[in-house]
Ligand binder design. Structure first.
Ligand SMILES: NC(=O)c1ccc[n+]([C@@H]2O[C@H](COP(=O)([O-])OP(=O)(O)OC[C@H]3O[C@@H](n4cnc5c(N)ncnc54)[C@H](O)[C@@H]3O)[C@@H](O)[C@H]2O)c1
Length: 367
């Protein structure tokens, strides 16, 4: 997998106590990497970080990306071969309540990581994680490509658009001749076991189903590019591999290794009602329309083009929408019955995902 790139390597990973960061940390450990996590304490109980027992498997540093000196000290002490920057205030509705915290974490936090990387005097491949929401959303029936306008209606989306601009400026200003290589990754809405965040659709579904209550659905017609958490993570890992060894991966010159979308195929662009319906096939229950005309603005239509990732990295999505939802609900159902099963099930799902990618002859799984 990933051409054995991560075996024996040191990885600095911000956001390891969150949903995607915990999955990425566990996958990296499985790939033989030494992982050092940098994040705030888990924000929820339960948390996938605790459910996977990660405190005992990786370096676990509780610290704040808003503190430039702490970021620099940590990164220079660890001397990583790879950096994955996932730490963020990642919730749209929370960003309306706490815009300054959101900008401080997402924009200046990213600048602090990039600034620390300037002082690293060794080869290092760094992937800065933003989101599909970084594009100026025109609510049109078209898929956003990497060269489309950045923007964002709400504080979260615009903070990620700004993080993209900061990353691009740092790359062009400071990393041209540096041994450190930087790229950014924009992924769509992610589902998977162990997301316990408030105000996200799948965790809301699971909490209601666990209590035997109707699932509260706010925005049933909003359409998103849903994908299993392992999809963007495979993209981040393969992008990092490409930065470290461009000739091994990239079909084109290394100067195209800048920003990449990692999204699902078009068939997985589904609306909220369709996603909830799919969840209920694996965990029967009911849902209630809780649309509120007074609620804050959230994008209605969002689609991502993955043509660049396919052309340059030979990356492609692996699981269909139905498989992604089935694996997600399987995780919650099994762990609901037996909390101790979380780690084995996570490793089993990673192995199933790797096998499906290998069978599809996806580049990262074939090497
Ligand atoms: N979940 C999704 O659907 C989705 C979609 C697209 C992009 N993303 C992006 O992926 C990344 C991870 O998202 P997630 O879903 O795992 O989010 P999450 O909320 O589950 O985790 C966020 C992580 O960031 C850390 N963090 C937050 N503020 C911090 C601070 N000031 N200092 C240090 N650490 C801090 C938290 O401790 C946690 O580890 C984020 O950058 C997010 O914007 C997520």
């Amino acid at each position: 997998m990933f051409a054995g790139t991560f075996h024996g390597k040191t990885v600095w990973l911000s956001g390891h106590t969150g949903f995607k960061g915990a999955w990425l940390a566990r996958w990296l450990v499985q790939l033989g990497a030494r992982v050092h996590g940098f994040a705030l304490p888990p924000a929820t109980t339960p948390s996938v970080f605790a459910q996977l027992g990660l405190a005992k498997k990786i370096g676990h540093e509780i610290a704040d990306v808003r503190a430039a000196a702490a970021v620099k000290k940590s990164l220079l002490r660890v001397q990583p071969d790879f950096v994955f920057h996932l730490a963020a205030q990642a919730l749209v509705r929370y960003s309306y309540e706490y815009p300054l915290e959101t900008y401080a974490t997402n924009v200046m936090g990213t600048a602090h990581v990039l600034e620390a990387l300037r002082s690293l005097e060794k080869p290092c491949a760094a992937v800065i994680v933003t989101t599909d929401k970084c594009y100026e959303n025109r609510e049109m029936d078209c898929a956003y490509a990497e060269e489309d306008h950045l923007g964002g209606h709400d504080p979260y989306s615009s903070s990620k658009g700004a993080a993209e601009i900061v990353t691009s400026a740092y790359r062009r200003s400071f990393f041209g001749k540096s041994p450190v290589r930087i790229a950014s990754a924009r992924a769509g809405n992610v589902i998977g076991g162990g997301d316990w965040a408030p105000d996200r659709l799948v965790p809301d579904c699971i909490r209601a189903l666990q209590r035997g209550e109707a699932i509260p659905v706010r925005n049933q017609t909003a359409t998103r590019p849903w994908q299993h958490v392992l999809e963007p993570l495979s993209g981040y890992l393969w992008l990092a591999t490409a930065l470290a060894q461009p000739k091994l991966v990239a079909a084109e010159a290394k100067d195209v290794l800048t920003a990449f979308n990692f999204g699902p195929e078009k068939e997985a662009n589904r609306n909220v009602a369709e996603l909830v319906g799919e969840v209920l096939k694996s965990w029967p229950g009911r849902w209630d329309d809780r649309s509120d005309p007074q609620s804050v603005h959230e994008a209605k239509l969002l689609m991502l083009s993955t043509a660049k990732a396919k052309k340059v990295l030979h990356w492609q999505p692996t699981w269909k929408f139905e498989t992604a939802v089935a694996r997600t609900v399987e995780w919650y159902r099994v762990v609901n019955e037996n909390a101790a099963a979380a780690e084995n099930l996570t490793l089993q799902q990673i192995a199933e995902y790797e096998a499906a990618a290998r069978a599809a002859k996806t580049a990262w799984a074939a090497k």
